[in-house]
Design a protein around this ligand. Sequence first.
Ligand code: FAD
Ligand code: NAD
Length: 160
Amino acid sequence: MDDRQFRNAMGKFATGVNVIATEVGGEVYGMTANAFMSVSLDPKLIVISIGDKAKMLERIRQSGRFSVNVLSCEQQDESMRFAGQKQFEDKFEFDRLGETPVVKDALCQLSCEVYNEHVEGDHVLFVGKVEKLALEDGDPLIFNCGKYRRLEAPEEVLSK
Ligand code: FAD
Ligand code: NAD
């Protein structure tokens, strides 16, 4: 099985899109990530998966904290910015949830402390303990088969 075939298979699983943010030495960094899962209610735990070549890996290890920001369908530019898919001239301004940097207008902002770390293959799973959260109304940005998508008429589908 080659890498492309595996990625094509994983891409069939439609996901939302997050920006992970952290702060080291007064600098804030963001990275786009769709590998995310809710893990536990008591305590409130989530997991993210960061590739071993991503700069975000050591940044999270250094800070011991990160935020998860679930993007809305209006925030494809934010996803492309923090995946390095598109370059922007302007400076990106992060908001704060408590002391943690977060992405303004995200549908969900989670402020997390690193609870555990597991090295698995070429990725590192960070389990985060959720300390604060904030929610906004809106529709999510979707990633499916390597493309950004939007939900289509979500209320009609739900009412069938
Ligand atoms: P960098 O390359 O330094 O940062 C990424 C980009 O964000 C750069 O273009 C940088 O200029 C910009 N940036 C960072 N901080 C700021 C700032 N403060 N202001 C303005 N711009 C800034 N990889 C994973 O490991 N796990 C995943 O779950 C994952 N999911 C993905 C899902 C999608 C839909 C996409 C498109 C990519 C995903 N990736 C994932 C890949 C990951 O987003 C890229 O490999 C990313 O470039 C890695 O970033 P980095 O940490 O190495 O940092
Ligand atoms: P793609 O076809 O590579 O992505 C489809 C799916 O494959 C993703 O949703 C993810 O589940 C999986 N995947 C992709 N790259 C992976 C990796 N390195 N490790 C583990 N799983 C991976 O979509 P694309 O448009 O070519 O992606 C854009 C870029 O973002 C690529 O460089 C891709 O590697 C990266 N990406 C990385 C991850 C990840 O590390 N978990 C997830 C999504 C995208």
